[in-house]
Design a binder for this molecule. Sequence first.
Ligand code: NZQ
Ligand code: ZN
Length: 388
Amino acid sequence: MQSFIQFNPTRLWFGVGQIKQLQQELGNTGKRVLLVYGGGSIRRNGVYDAVMKQLLDRQAIVVEMSGVEPNPRLTTVKKGIELCRVNQIDLILAVGGGSVIDCAKAISIGVYYDGDVWDIITRKAEPQEALPLGTVLTIAATGSEMNNISVITNWDRNEKRGWSSPLAYPAFSILDPAYTTTVPLDQTVYGIVDMMSHVLEQYFHRTEHTPMMDRFMEAVLLTVMEAAPKLLSNLEDIEHRATIMYAGTTAFNGLLSCGTDGGDWASHQIEHGLSAVYDIPHGGGLAIVFPNWMMHCAEDDPSRMKKLAISVFGIDATGKTDHEVALEGIQALRQFWDSLGAPSQLGYYGIDDQRIEELVHKSFMKSTIGQYKVMTRDTVRDILIRSL
Ligand code: NZQ
Ligand code: ZN
């Protein structure tokens, strides 16, 4: 195990009815709040009304910014920064999924930066200050509600970039699983694939003697795999929604990487390249790319895939080579995602090999990608071709 610091400043209020804690979080009355949300799901399912009631009970002055896109865009971030400045906002409240929260994170630091906020997203500038941010999560997927990461797309440049800062943790996040019962089937599946990918990408580390972390990760995967089919057979089941919601937060709030080298996020980089060019849902892209990344890596070093196959998918290794066990594990993961209805080929989104070089290029928004296996342009191309 490596040395580490475990720190996460986000206060998490979890459970049905926890929205009432918003009043406590608002503190003094009369706060000026920027309410950030997406394309309107919160207006249709009653979450907007529940949030507004709490805000108005504390005499908050509310400025609204709706229309944050899935795969949120730089132009929307800039609109939010302007609204904060003009209205002298004290608190940003993001109500939605990863896209809304990521957009709100970029707004919160962009307000205090005189230059173009893209400088911070591309890591050319370090944020110095941020407006306080709170979130009300409505879809289980990214973990953005309890981490310091944000992913923003510059559509003019077809670039989707992740950035992070110690200033980007939400001060508080309210997680009511009842708010997620209206998430449609496809988005529920994308969220499940995304949280599993987060665990799996952290699982592919090369640090030795990490039994605690490995078993934490295996536990999250096994729990999600047990709950997911039950949830999909009844999307309104609060207990399974709660399990999946907390799994999504735990999958990517820093806990699972304590003491490891952090794992290998190449599949996420490749998916971000795909979304930057084709604007596809993040979880859908991962369902296609991740097993192909595993297939590619198993050829050189199947050790962690073998461990996963045995510990999570119950593969019997007797009399088989490591490579054979690894392949059976990858096949089991594919079958599980297939059984949920996740896509398995880029053709599902109408993507063929026409822009493959551009996709390779867009995957390299960082100078190096991959750690379990460092990727080259050729290896990324190979994974994309396997994914067609
Ligand atoms: O926009 P609305 O109308 O709210 O609809 C959304 C959206 O269409 C809908 N939805 C959300 N809650 C709902 C609901 N529909 C009905 N009922 C509800 N309760 O779901 C759709 C997808 O929402 P979105 O926020 O885009 O999903 P997700 O949470 O998966 O976020 C994806 C974004 O997060 C980034 C992804 O790249 C992508 O841009 N990521 C952020 C990470 C982070 N900050 O740590 C890590 C991830 O790996 C990921 O890259
Ligand atoms: Zn993800």
